[in-house]
Design a protein around this ligand. Structure first.
Ligand code: ADP
Ligand code: ADP
Length: 226
């Protein structure tokens, strides 16, 4: 794992809309930071800049010691989890998990070992030969997380990964993510508008408002402040 450092990070769309207005933030190695704030405050834009899915207008972005501003998403050693599962429907669970590793030229026995480890960790070993449509929502969400974990990236980005799940599953997955976090000590930047998720998962919370950081603190500090 590695730290993520944002220095004076800015984004303007079409040179006009200032979506992100100068963010300074360090996600420490192994830290889980949750980004919260009202709709339109710039959460997704910020995450997408870190992922490399959006260009950075100004500022510096580092993963560990490495400046990554100009690197392609695949070169950043970061994995992203989205709310829409992003699974390949025509592939089995095994192939969904193996896909990114195959693309990166991993050897077959390394792929098999990593997929097996990840599947065991997420308790999806018995579904490896199924297609996504043969899975429940929660199982699919685990496979989506597995796709990120199997790469053993330096950091994770999660954009409202639980927001499409029903309430029961959301609670269950929240607990599972917390347990994974305790075990793996992943460096993570997690976007949500769910206060309970933020409080349960975050080592620290970052409250964004109109593209700027309004508050940073532990869940206790943020939610007990007058
Ligand atoms: P959040 O994730 O907190 O809801 P976003 O990052 O999606 O916020 O949006 C921040 C601001 O940037 C909003 O004003 C939004 O309308 C604007 N915005 C987001 N994406 C684009 C885009 N592709 N083109 C133009 N404006 C955008
Ligand atoms: P992989 O090689 O495993 O596909 P990537 O870094 O290309 O790794 O993508 C990681 C995950 O994010 C994959 O599940 C991919 O489908 C998904 N993904 C990448 N870009 C987007 C995007 N713009 N919108 C939705 N999902 C995306």
């Amino acid at each position: 794992m590695a730290s993520i450092t944002l220095e004076g990070l800015k984004k303007s769309y079409d040179g006009k809309i200032q979506a992100v207005k100068g963010i300074d933030l360090e996600v420490a190695d192994g830290e889980f930071i949750v980004l919260v704030g009202p709709s339109g405050c710039g959460k997704s834009t910020l995450l997408r800049m870190v992922a490399g899915l959006e260009t950075i207008s100004q500022g510096e972005l580092r993963i560990g010691e490495r400046r990554v501003n100009d690197l392609e998403p695949a070169e950043r050693d970061i994995a992203m989890v989205f709310q829409n599962y992003a699974l390949y429907p025509h592939m089995t669970v095994f192939d969904n998990l193996a896909y990114g590793l195959k693309n990166r030229g991993f050897k077959r026995h390394d792929i098999e070992r990593r997929v097996a480890d990840t599947a065991r960790m997420l308790e999806i070993e018995t579904f490896l030969t199924r297609k996504p449509r043969q899975l429940s929502g929660g199982q699919r969400q685990r496979v989506a997380m597995g796709r990120a974990l199997v790469r053993e990236p330096a950091a994770f980005l999660l954009d409202e990964p639980l927001s499409n799940l029903d309430a029961k599953l959301r609670v269950q997955m929240r607990v599972e993510i917390k347990q994974l976090q305790r075990r793996l000590k992943t460096t993570s930047l997690y976007v949500t508008h769910d206060q309970l998720e933020a409080m349960t998962l975050g080592d620290r919370l970052v409250v964004l408002n109109q593209g700027q950081i309004e508050q940073v603190g532990t869940p206790m500090e943020i939610y007990t402040r007058p």
